[in-house]
Design a binder for this molecule. Structure first.
Ligand code: NAP
Length: 394
């Protein structure tokens, strides 16, 4: 029986979650020793998402951030000379790094991208063409039929698109993307309901200001207000979710047939996208069965014990006033998807609230988890000669 998120649980970080998973007898990846950490680069290192990457990579057990790039506005300066907007301290080692221009072929094999979508399309393709493995946040390539739109708990098999990508694009490297910050929470929640065949969904989002980047929405527009429009967001939620839940066959993803109608709003919350979801299921289910489906949902990151994987992808709440962004979004290091207020819907059958951290589960943390899966499956060229990956789950 699912329970509320207890205060002890809220204080867990991913390391605690991981040790608990191992204690429960889960399969896990052989941890890399510190001296074996894989060098990684970061495109768009100076932006809102870029800074979260820096924060999360500072203590990452597998990855070592050694190379940064951004626009010509920032290139040529030390990272520490540029504005740092997070409460977490900027690590001295990173502050001393120079910021480079975006030049494919320079930097490590594995690069994360937090680039503005206006430049990400061309730039990421160029990096992949030069042999980099690009793990991107940007929307530019998400719906490309050759590019995995990956949520490791939901569709790890979509990495099967990479051989086709290499053939069709002629890239020596690879490109993997994570979903839009509002698509990921919905996709994880609906993945848990796949046994009950979701058919039709309505979702209304209340999205945090940080989702608009920096400086984002003007304070005079945002304060004490709700803005009922986010450019392109509704289409992304509707189509990305179908692709994520889709079926891979013969190197092609057939989108899931669920019909989704999204309405998106921007609200004066700092971090955390809340979503009010109604769903029509193709198979009958009781409330207890649905709660169990949410709370028992798990995937390859959990069985492999990947460093950024939360113990449980979905945290269920039974208190009527939860989840809330301010109280819940940082738990499980921002990587859990929160589901609460499950109740009958007189129109579609069932309705509930979803909450996820747009800068972590919807951006930097999602990309880290994707890269960890690539490492675990030995999909980086430089890992072909090493013995650091798990044999499980390939
Ligand atoms: P942001 O704060 O505006 O940062 C954009 C980054 O791109 C900066 O590092 C910037 O470098 C760089 N850049 C901009 N124009 C460039 C150019 N012409 N050449 C080279 N670099 C350039 O945006 P963000 O919120 O961090 O978002 C980054 C990406 O992640 C976007 O594609 C966004 O859609 C996606 N995303 C965001 C969220 C979220 O919740 N914020 C969630 C999921 C995905 P300079 O500082 O040097 O200008």
């Amino acid at each position: 029986m699912p329970g509320d998120l207890h205060s002890d649980d809220r204080e867990k970080n991913y390391a605690d979650d991981r040790s608990t998973a191992e204690g429960a007898g889960a399969r896990h990846v052989v941890p890399l020793r510190a001296k074996q950490r894989i060098e990684v680069g970061l495109l768009g290192a100076t932006g809102a998402v870029g800074q979260h990457f820096v924060r999360l990579l500072a203590e990452h057990p597998w990855f070592h951030l050694t190379w940064l790039a951004a626009s010509e506005r920032s290139a040529g300066r030390r990272y520490g000379e540029l504005p740092w907007r997070l409460a977490a301290p900027l690590p001295e080692e990173i502050a001393a790094l120079p910021v480079h221009m975006l030049r494919a072929g320079s930097g490590p094999e594995l690069v994360f991208s937090a680039l503005d979508a206006l430049v990400a399309g061309e730039c990421e393709a160029e990096f992949a063409g030069h042999g980099h493995c690009v793990v991107s946040n940007a929307r530019s390539h998400r719906m490309d039929p050759c590019v995995p739109l990956l949520v490791p708990e939901v569709n790890p098999e979509h990495l099967g698109l990479l051989p086709r990508q290499r053939e069709e694009k002629g890239w020596r490297g690879a490109l993997v993307t994570n979903p839009n910050c509002a698509s990921v929470g919905l996709a994880v929640a609906l993945a848990a309901l796949r046994p009950f065949a979701p058919r039709r969904v309505t979702v209304t989002t209340l999205q945090a200001l940080s989702g608009a980047g920096y400086p984002g929405v003007a304070s005079l527009d945002a304060a004490a207000n709700v803005i009922p429009y986010i450019d392109g967001e509704e289409e992304k939620i509707e189509t990305e979710t179908q692709k994520i839940l889709g079926t891979l066959k013969d190197r092609e993803v057939t989108p899931h047939p669920v019909t989704i109608s999204a309405q998106t709003t921007r609200v004066p919350v700092l971090d955390g996208h809340t979503e009010a979801v109604s769903v029509e299921l193709g198979k009958p289910a009781t409330r207890e069965e649905l709660l169990a489906a949410f709370s028992q949902f798990s995937g390859e990151p959990q069985s492999l014990g990947l460093p950024s994987a939360p113990l449980k992808p979905i945290v269920t709440h039974t208190r009527a006033d939860r989840p809330q962004p301010r109280l819940d979004v940082e738990s499980y290091a921002g990587m859990a998807v929160h589901v609460g207020r499950l109740r009958p819907c007189p129109v579609l059958g069932w309705k509930f609230i979803v909450l996820s951290h747009n800068m972590v589960r919807g951006a930097a943390g999602a990309a880290l988890l994707n890269a960890e899966l690539l490492v675990a499956r030995a999909l980086l060229t430089s890992l072909h000669q090493t013995n650091v990956t798990a044999s499980a789950g390939r």
